[in-house]
Write a protein that binds this ligand. Sequence first.
Ligand SMILES: *[C@@H]1O[C@H](CO)[C@@H](O)[C@H](O)[C@H]1NC(C)=O
Length: 184
Amino acid sequence: MKLAVILLVAQLVLNTAAEQAYEVSNEQLESFEGESETLVFFDNLKTIGRERAINGSFSFAGDMDNDDFKVSVELYSSPQGDGDFKRMVFDVPQTSICECFKKFYVQFVQPSVNDGETTNFPLVDDNTCPIPQGEFYIKNVQFKTEDWPEQVPRGVVKAIITFFTGDKNVGGLIVLVKIEDRQS
Ligand SMILES: *[C@@H]1O[C@H](CO)[C@@H](O)[C@H](O)[C@H]1NC(C)=O
C-alpha cells in the first residue's frame, strides 16, 4: 500500500515535470512560393482529422548548405485568437540554415517526429549539414512541447518561416497554433 502511494506520487511529480502548463494544437498550415524561384515546397502538408494532425510531405529541391541558405522565423501573437496579430519580441533573424535547424528544428519540431516512423527526414544533430535534398513525409504529427519554453503567450501564435538564398526568398511555410492553459 505504502509503495503504491509512493509510486503514484513519483509518477505525478514526473508527469508534472515533463508537462507544460499549456496545450498546443495545430490551427492552420499554409505554404508560400519564393520571389522568383521556389526551392522549398510545403504545399503537400495538411492538417487532418479532428485533431488537425500535420500530415503529408515536403520537399527541398537541392541540398542547402550553411553558406548559401538562410532561414528566418517571424512570430506573431493574437491573444484573443481573433486574427489581430502583434509581432512578438522573440524572432529569429535570417540565420544560416544548418544553425537554424540545429537550434530551432531540434527544439520545436524534432521531439514530435523522432520515433523513426513519423518522418523519413534525417535526425538533425550537431553534425547535420547541408540540409538534404529530397521529398520527406510527415505522418499525423501533433506537437510535443516538452522542450518548448515554459513561457509562451496564450491565444493563437503565427510563425512565418522563410527560406532564403542570397537575399531572395525561395519559399516557406506559415504555421498557426493555438495555445491554451492545460485543463487538469
Ligand atoms: C497523409 O499523408 C500521406 C503522404 O505522406 C498520404 O498518402 C495520406 O493520404 C495522407 N492522409 C490523409 C488522411 O490525408
